[in-house]
Design a protein around this ligand. Structure first.
Ligand code: SAM
Ligand code: SF4
Length: 412
């Protein structure tokens, strides 16, 4: 999420606006069904309904796009659950509709179910990124963990990369999305070679394994492996620099992220923060996650056994502003977050804490007396003039003016 969009939305929640805003981002779980059977996957132990009958019909998902556009949502994430491309015709239709509203999307997929026709249809439709889950740098390792799919997924990445070159476009950005296991922790640099062999623009995102039961425990890093992991990461960083591959390896130099792969929230001391920035987590204000049956919660960890409100029976706005989400928001202040927050992945925690610094600073500025705010503006304009000259200053003022005009429009 763009920090400036986050700020704008959080200001609307804290200010005197006629109606609270919708979410910035919506993650959708179209299905719990999947064509693969990965050893580490939550599907192995989660008590989810995997029947087709429990899923919302296409028409409801398509109507959701209209409702979300009406509420000012900007970005969508196709996630699972299961594999979103099990419903690929629906995915294409939704992406086409989202593009008409100028909303962007990300697809998180095992990458095996794309067809050339689908790839052609979604090119140029505001799909910003595609995360291909690949858990081994070679077919043998990946297919041992994921139960197959390496060759197909890599071929589809190449197809996308070629299509981008032919059309001369930057999007979608292609990512190898790697969950770190004890079979690969010492071959981070091999993933870099794999990315470069597909296309130099392919990027890599590492993610920590969440260990819940036997099958995942068998793939978890031992304490000794965790100790040597930063060295492996350093090797990966050097290789990525050599080959010019963009990665998020740097953040895994912090051992805590892999050691404590869930619920780092407990480390947050929110009491000294300002207003909404003091919430334990911002997802309930910024993001919605919708399950295959239409149940709506704040994020991808959302799971309630008792049936929460669903967009099956109500409009998106009714559920977003309804009793369940209000309770979740309140819990973020009184130390009673929902039980599923204990599953919050540590890599999300890092983004959230970066956002906290940004939000606290800006919300504090909002609260400062008027003369102090003006003094701050004059100081910043002076610095821009010194650093970027008159042209830079003019550009800065134009951007500032555009931002504030939009804010006024949104608040009226
Ligand atoms: C549940 S999958 C759904 C989307 C799609 N089927 C896929 O494989 O990308 C979403 C992501 O969660 C990751 N994942 C599954 N189980 C996990 C676990 N126990 N710990 C960390 N990540 C996990 C998968 O590797 C995948 O990247
Ligand atoms: S492909 Fe995705 S949803 Fe399917 S089993 Fe693997 S991780 Fe789970």
């Amino acid at each position: 999420m763009e920090p400036i969009n986050v700020l704008r939305r959080m200001r609307r929640w804290s200010g005197n606006f006629s109606k609270p805003p919708g979410p910035e981002r919506i993650s959708i779980f179209l299905t719990n069904r999947c064509n693969l059977n990965c050893r580490h996957c939550w599907r192995q132990w989660a008590e989810w309904d995997r029947s087709c009958a429990s899923e919302l019909p296409d028409a409801r998902w398509l109507r959701l796009v209209d409702e979300a556009a009406e509420m000012g949502a900007r970005h969508w994430i196709f996630l699972g659950g299961g594999e979103p491309l099990v419903r690929r015709n629906l995915v294409v239709q939704m992406i086409e509709k989202m593009a008409c509203y100028n909303m962007s999307s990300l697809i998180h997929t095992n990458g095996t179910l794309f067809s050339p026709e689908m790839i052609e249809k979604i090119m140029g439709k505001n799909v910003q990124s595609i995360n291909f889950s690949i858990d081994g740098p070679d077919a043998a390792t990946n297919d041992y963990i994921r139960g197959g799919g390496f060759e197909k997924a890599i071929a589809n990445m190449r197809y996308f990369a070629d299509a981008k070159h032919k059309l001369g476009v930057k999007f979608p950005c292609l990512y190898l999305y790697v969950t770190i296991t004890n079979l690969t922790y010492d071959r981070v640099d091999h993933f870099v070679d794999l990315a470069a062999s597909i296309d130099p623009d392919v990027r890599i995102l590492l993610s920590a394994l969440i260990v819940e039961e036997d099958a995942t425990a068998q793939l978890a890093l031992s304490p000794e492996q965790r100790c040597t992991f930063p060295e492996m990461i350093q090797k990966g960083i050097r290789r990525a620099e050599e080959l010019g591959i963009v990665t998020n390896f740097q953040r895994y130099l912090d051992v805590e992220l892999t050691e404590d792969s869930t619920n780092m929230q407990r480390n947050v001391r929110t009491t000294q923060r300002l207003g909404l920035s003091g919430a334990m987590c911002y997802e309930p204000w910024l993001s919605a996650a919708i399950m295959p049956d239409g149940a709506l919660g704040p994020c991808c960890a959302f799971y309630e056994s008792r049936r929460p409100l669903s967009i099956k029976d109500l409009t998106f706005e009714q559920v977003w502003l309804g009793a369940y989400m209000a309770r979740v928001r309140e819990g973020m202040f009184n130390g009673k977050p929902p039980a599923y927050c204990a599953r919050c992945p540590s890599n999300l925690f890092v983004d959230k804490e970066e956002m906290r610094i940004f939000l606290t600073e800006y919300l504090r500025r909002d609260e400062a007396p008027r003369y102090k705010r003006w003094a701050g503006i004059v100081r910043r304009l002076g610095a821009t003039l010194r650093e970027q000259g008159p042209t830079g200053l003019r550009r800065h003022i134009q951007a500032w003016w555009k931002f504030h005009r939009k804010q006024r429009e949104e608040s009226s």
